[in-house]
Design a protein around this ligand. Structure first.
Ligand SMILES: Nc1ncnc2c1ncn2[C@@H]1O[C@H](COP(=O)(O)OP(=O)(O)O)[C@@H](O)[C@H]1O
Ligand SMILES: [Mg+2]
Length: 454
């Protein structure tokens, strides 16, 4: 699609609905936004003042919103227009669309944006069709405690039913992101036309990932569409991208794309703002740009996965640990982190014949690190200088701090501390504790112990 086509289509629609053509400056604004210009640049290119362009843009969003029946603004105008053009022109009419896919598939498979609004009636489930599923890259679930994640699962399921297009699940490695996503996919896959799980562990570039997705979509859906994003728009696709941290920078604040991978951000935004599909991202860090999309209805949501609660005892029961009365102390020391608990359970079995009480009584530090070291180190290696300074300072204090308090260390200003704490929070390394109406922040105690011991 080119800008001429987009302008003509928008102008025709506005003419049909208001009896008036778009103003030439309004067309110039659309063209500028298409070229990723901001209002200042559009004003300069068209020899107008910034205020004039802003006023005209405001009128344009209003007329387009009324004409297209969607909330149109600068941030989404191009994707809204592209989606509407695609669903109105590419497939001539709704009936034709049903026919195109129906004939090729041998059964009726409705495609198009309308699906979310009428998801219940149109879902593959209600039509007795089963989705095409590729979960080859999803991990197998071993000794998983169902009950423990039921509220998070219910929350995620609700977001999917509401039509949320981008869901980010983030948290420490081994906390259970892949496990909960496998469960979620199992529960919801029948609401989708196709389901695919891909790991980004080999850091694929976006063009390569798109080729792979398009290949899968085109074999699972009979209609051939030009681009991967077209499938996200025309069908209900459920896509899980695991190990997202592999496309983020190390040594910088959390959630920033590696050089050459910034286009992922645009792709995620395209999906979040205009698609009928659901993309689930799993990773160690919350992508920085997701926060800005979260305000938009149905666009994006995120869940920080914390440790398991009491039912983590199943992990100990299964391994045959002893002294059940001490288990809850052990779970709380390791913050209910399932992978850490499994590692510590192995140590207790090897060194103390499974006696949790003796392990707790004999350990010489608050928290025994042992085999957790490589897991913890992998997180610390990714920190920026600022975050390292802040975590050393927090580890030294050994208690929760109010961010209003100035750091004693001279090479960390207050605003740097705020930035670092926010970023450490996005990595799950710093926890927020509520003290009355004040928020206090502390290092995850296991990391605190590890940093102190280094
Ligand atoms: N609810 C749970 N109950 C028991 N074990 C769990 C649970 N969730 C995750 N685990 C276990 O924790 C380990 C790490 O889970 P995983 O999903 O791979 O973590 P992540 O994807 O966050 O790195 C796995 O061995 C997994 O079986
Ligand atoms: Mg995982």
């Amino acid at each position: 699609m080119d800008i001429e086509e987009l302008l003509k289509w928008a102008d025709d629609r506005v003419l049909a609905s208001t009896g008036k053509h778009l103003e030439s400056l309004q067309k110039a604004i659309l063209e500028g936004i298409w070229q990723h210009q901001n209002y200042e640049e559009i004003a300069a290119t068209n020899h107008r003042t910034y205020d004039h362009v802003k006023r005209e843009a405001w009128k344009l969003w209003k007329v387009l919103s009324e004409t297209l029946g969607e909330d149109v603004k600068k941030s989404n105008v191009i994707s809204v227009l592209e989606t509407q053009i695609l669903s109105n022109n590419f497939y001539p009419t709704f009936e034709d669309r049903m026919q195109i896919v129906g004939t090729l598939n041998g059964n009726i498979n409705i495609c198009g944006e309308n699906k979310i609004a009428s998801a219940a009636a149109d879902s593959p489930e209600s039509q007795g069709r089963s989705p095409t599923i590729d979960l080859q890259e999803a991990p197998e679930l071993i000794d998983y405690c169902e009950d423990d994640r039921s509220s998070e699962l219910a929350q995620l399921g609700e977001w999917v039913s509401e039509g949320t297009r981008l869901i980010s699940i983030y948290g420490l490695s081994g906390i259970g992101k892949s496990a909960i996503a496998v469960n979620l996919v199992t529960e919801i896959s029948d609401k989708f036309d196709c389901v695919i799980w891909r790991s980004l562990s080999h850091s694929p570039t976006l063009p390569n990932l798109k080729v792979e997705l398009k290949q899968f979509f085109s074999t699972s859906q009979a209609t051939l569409l030009p681009r991967a994003i077209d499938y996200f728009r025309a069908y209900r696709c459920l896509v899980v991208l695991d190990d997202l941290e592999k496309i983020f920078k190390s040594g910088q604040l959390a959630g920033q794309y590696l050089p050459g991978y910034e286009d992922y951000g645009k792709f995620f935004k395209q999906i979040a703002t205009s698609s009928s599909s659901c993309l689930i991202l799993l990773g160690w860090e919350k992508p920085r740009d997701i926060a800005t999309l979260e305000g938009e209805k149905r666009s994006a949501r995120s869940l920080q996965l914390k440790g398991l609660a009491e039912t983590a005892v199943e992990i100990f029961r299964e391994r045959g640990l002893k002294d059940e009365e001490s288990w809850s102390e052990l779970i709380s020391l390791y913050r209910g982190h399932p992978c850490w608990l499994k590692i510590v359970a192995a140590t207790i079995l090897e060194l103390f014949n499974g006696s949790v009480a003796r392990f707790l009584a004999e350990k010489d530090s608050n928290i025994f690190i042992g085999d957790l070291e490589p897991l913890l180190e992998a997180h610390l290696e990714r920190l920026s200088d600022l975050e390292l300074k802040a975590s050393n300072w927090l580890a030294g204090l050994g208690q929760a701090v109010d961010v209003a308090r100035s750091p004693s260390s001279a090479d960390l200003s207050k605003s740097q501390l705020w930035q670092a704490i926010q970023s450490l929070g996005r990595r799950g390394l710093v926890e927020k504790v509520q003290l009355g109406d004040r928020a206090m922040f502390q290092l995850n105690p296991v990391f605190q112990q590890y940093i102190q011991s280094k």
